[in-house]
Design a protein around this ligand. Structure first.
Ligand SMILES: [Zn+2]
Ligand SMILES: [Zn+2]
Length: 205
C-alpha cells in the first residue's frame, strides 16, 4: 500500500490542477507554481496560455493602455501594460454657416471622433462686391412680410465656367498632340534624308 506521508517532493511534481488547499511550491513540477484562488485553495499553473486584458484604445480625448498580460488559466497578471499617449484629432472641414449675398459664412474644423472644434475660417459673403446693399433690404430689418418675388442673384458661375474649361482643355490637348505629331514627322523626314545621304556617300566611294 502506498503511504502518502512517504512521498517526497522530488518524486511528486504536480503539473496543473485545482486544489482546495494550499500546495507547496516544491511539490509542483518544473515550471508550475501554486496560485491562490482567493478561497483558501489554489491553482497549480504553468501560465502557458496568456491573454491581454484591460486594454484601452487611445482616443483624442483619453490616453490608452496596452493591457495586462494575464494567464488565461489562473488569472495571474504576468506582465503589466503601458500607457498609450492620446491620439491626435482627426479634423475635417464643415461648413457651419453658408454665406449669403450680404452675410459671411463660417467654415470650422471638427474632429470626426470627438467633435472637438479646431480652426474656424470665415467665408466671405458671395454678393458683397456686386452691389452695395442698402440697410433697408437686409432680411433682419425687413418689416414688409410680403415675399420678395426677386431673390438675390444666386452666384452660380461654376457651371458656366466649368463647361468651356473642359472644352479648352480638350482643344489644348489636341493642339499639343498635333504639335507633337508634326515634330515626330519632321524628325522622321530628317532621318530619312540623313540615311539617304549616308547611303549615297557610301555607294559613291
Ligand atoms: Zn496561470
Ligand atoms: Zn478628437
Amino acid at each position: 500500500m502506498a503511504v502518502a506521508g512517504a512521498i517526497r517532493p522530488s518524486t511528486v511534481g504536480i503539473a496543473g490542477g485545482v486544489f482546495l488547499e494550499k500546495v507547496k511550491p516544491e511539490y509542483c513540477a518544473e515550471g508550475f507554481e501554486p496560485v491562490p484562488d482567493g478561497n483558501g485553495g489554489c491553482i497549480v499553473c504553468d501560465h502557458a496560455a496568456t491573454e491581454t486584458r484591460n486594454a484601452v484604445a487611445a482616443s483624442c480625448s483619453e490616453k490608452g493602455y496596452t493591457g495586462d498580460t494575464v494567464c488565461a488559466t489562473c488569472g495571474k497578471v504576468l506582465l503589466g501594460g503601458e500607457d498609450v499617449p492620446m491620439a491626435d484629432h482627426v479634423y475635417s472641414w464643415i461648413v457651419e454657416k453658408e454665406p449669403s449675398a450680404v452675410q459671411s459664412g463660417l467654415r470650422v474644423e471638427v474632429c470626426e471622433r470627438c467633435g472637438n472644434r479646431g480652426v474656424a475660417v470665415e467665408i466671405p459673403a458671395t454678393g458683397a462686391s456686386e452691389s452695395e446693399v442698402p440697410e433697408s433690404s437686409e432680411p433682419d430689418t425687413l418689416t414688409d412680410p410680403t415675399p420678395h418675388p426677386i431673390e438675390a442673384p444666386s452666384p452660380e458661375p461654376k457651371r458656366s465656367s466649368v463647361a468651356p474649361l473642359t472644352g479648352d482643355a480638350n482643344a489644348a490637348a489636341f493642339g499639343l498632340g498635333c504639335v507633337l505629331l508634326a515634330g515626330v514627322c519632321l524628325l522622321a523626314g530628317k532621318l530619312a534624308v540623313l540615311r539617304r545621304r549616308m547611303h549615297y556617300s557610301q555607294s559613291s566611294e
